[in-house]
Design a protein. Structure first.
Length: 568
């Protein structure tokens, strides 16, 4: 490929934000610097949609030798908590990113924002309104009809300054007065019809305490915080596209020539099938105790995905795979799960676990005999080596791997039928033991000692159609296994006008299995360790509840996506 064609191909592979950035660098805009930020509001835990934004903002800066700030948009003390601040920092770090210097807070800039609000008043571009929010809303008009100007719109600069100072000093109650930008009540963009930029809120702030009883609105604080921090590219989701004219209008009135001016760029937010992405609704699930908390493994929060067993690498890969779009669309959650399977297939050790154990006695295996069988840890990675697994006369197999009256194409264990025990021998079922109620309690089998896997003999190469996983009864470790499934049964649980999203909660989203048996190599595993349970799926040691002597595993994902088939 010629140099020219190669350059053309590289250009085609750029997403539209990268193209904007490269053009800015080419034109030496903002001195050719790239400075981004991730500005979450600390009013809840981050979810997978935020993860996409994190990967984008930090990734862009990394690609162009730039910097990224972590800034908390903490302008609403009614909903914000230190717990959320701490969780956000942990999530960003876990995803593999590090912000520049210390985290920033919009509250760091309250004094400067107040001064800028005063400047807008002094220049005639802001006024104090005494009307209630309901009255202001009625006067807004519609997209096709102009709004009605407030009776207080033409107050003098002196009166507005006096009232705004008194607002700051706490002389008025919540909602009695607000500060509005004076723009255009006939603008076709509703956000430009004299938007509110400050409101009274007598509420202690988690960082500034009771210093302030007036707080800037997001549309005023967001762009100016970008400006204060010399952000070059303010990347945000598509719903803020209609806010961009206001973002620019405020900057126009406060910008100083020669300083770095941020540019707002919008991209499509992440919409994921079978998933709720509203922070408000996620909070409802927590408060209504429909989940166990923000980090419940069924939640789409980053902490929930991490506890479920998702890896940071798989989430970064998912963000890369879905790319950056200009239009909203819905991504199949199976794409996220595929990214995880692809990662764990390469990195997770294969182990044996029996979730619904059925005892099996090999009657012709000597009672006092034990042997250790060599098993590879991961066929995808030879460097992971092998481990020794004990084999004995009594073992456990999955109850579902035996059927007394088996159909013709049942290739597992049945009376008078042979199967291979993985990495061990071929066995044949000779007898079924039942209790007084007819429940199967034990299987009695015989084994062919010449069929040991890997022994190199002709007998060891004998083929049977079924291979089962197993665990030695003597050495098995007890464990609790939590089998998680998707939290919602509907592809768009919040997309129905006549139904509540909670009507679609999956009653089978969690099954707790108490009497599971796992191989002895898992006795001292660390929290968050990830494994492939042979034939069952990928599992993770629960980072919260699993302790020495009380192993708890979470099913991360099945080996294959069976959801789409069973829901057709």
């Amino acid at each position: 490929m010629s140099t020219e064609n190669k350059e053309t191909e590289e250009k085609k592979s750029l997403n539209f934000i990268e193209s904007i950035i490269e053009e800015d660098i080419k034109n030496k805009k903002n001195n050719g610097e790239v400075y981004t930020r991730f500005p979450p509001e600390p009013n809840g835990y981050l979810h997978i949609g935020h993860a996409k934004s994190i990967c984008l903002n930090f990734g862009l800066a990394q690609s162009y030798n730039g910097k990224t700030n972590l800034r908390f948009d903490d302008t609403n003390p009614e909903k914000e908590e230190v717990e959320y601040v701490d969780s956000i920092k942990e999530d960003v770090n876990w995803l593999g990113f590090q912000w520049k210097d210390e985290p920033k807070f919009t509250s760091d800039y309250f004094d400067q924002l107040y001064e800028w609000a005063v400047k807008l008043i002094n220049t005639g571009f802001a006024y104090v309104d005494d009307q209630s929010p309901e009255e202001i809303s009625k006067q807004k008009g519609t997209p096709t009809q102009p709004g009605i100007e407030s009776p207080h719109r033409n107050r003098s600069v002196e009166e507005n300054l006096d009232l705004f100072t008194r607002m700051k000093n706490g002389e008025f109650k919540n909602g009695e007065r607000i500060l509005r930008a004076k723009i255009d009540m006939a603008s076709p963009n509703m956000h430009m019809r004299d938007p509110i930029i400050y409101r009274i809120l007598h509420k202690e702030h988690h960082r500034t305490g009771n210093k302030w009883c007036i707080y800037p609105m997001y549309d005023f604080a967001h762009g100016q915080s970008d400006y204060i921090e010399s952000i070059t590219h303010s990347v945000c989701t598509l719903e803020f596209e209609v806010h961009r004219p206001l973002y620019d209008w405020i900057l126009n009135h406060l910008y100083t020539e020669g300083t770095i001016r941020p540019t707002q760029i919008e991209f499509a937010r992440l919409n994921l099938s079978y998933t709720i992405m509203s922070k408000r609704k996620l909070l409802e699930l927590v408060q209504d105790e429909l989940v166990t908390g923000w980090d419940d493994p069924r939640m789409p929060t980053i902490s929930g995905l991490r506890r479920r067993g998702f890896t940071a690498a798989s989430i970064r890969k998912f963000a890369e795979t879905i790319g950056v779009a200009k239009r909203d669309n819905v991504i199949d959650v199976a794409v996220l799960e595929h990214s995880l399977r692809d990662d764990l297939n390469k990195t997770a050790a294969r182990v044996m676990a029996v979730l619904n154990p059925l005892k099996l006695v090999i009657t012709n295996y000597p009672e006092d005999k034990e042997e250790f069988l060599s098993i590879e840890n991961n066929p995808e990675d030879e460097t992971m080596g092998t481990r020794e697994m004990p084999f004995s006369r009594e073992i456990y197999i999955e109850r579902d791997d035996f059927m007394e009256d088996a159909p013709k194409k049942f290739f597992r264990l049945a009376p008078d039928k042979e199967v291979r025990l993985k990495a061990a021998y071929i066995i044949k079922c000779e007898e079924v033991i039942k209790d007084s109620e007819g429940n199967i309690t034990e299987l009695r089998c015989t084994y062919d000692p010449d069929t040991k896997s890997g022994s190199g003999t002709e007998a060891s190469k004998r083929k049977v159609k079924g291979t089962l996983h197993w665990v030695s009864a003597k050495y098995a470790i007890d464990a609790e296994v939590r089998v998680y499934d998707r939290l919602f049964t509907d592809e768009a649980p919040d997309g129905h006008k006549d139904k509540d999203y909670k009507d679609f909660i999956n009653p089978d989203s969690l099954k707790v299995l108490k009497n599971c048996k796992v191989e002895p190599s898992l006795k001292d595993v660390e929290p968050e360790s990830k494994f492939q349970f042979q034939r069952l799926g990928y599992f993770c040691v629960d980072r919260k509840d699993s302790k020495a002597g009380n192993l708890v595993f979470n099913r991360t994902v099945p080996l294959k996506d069976s959801w789409s088939k069973k829901n057709k």
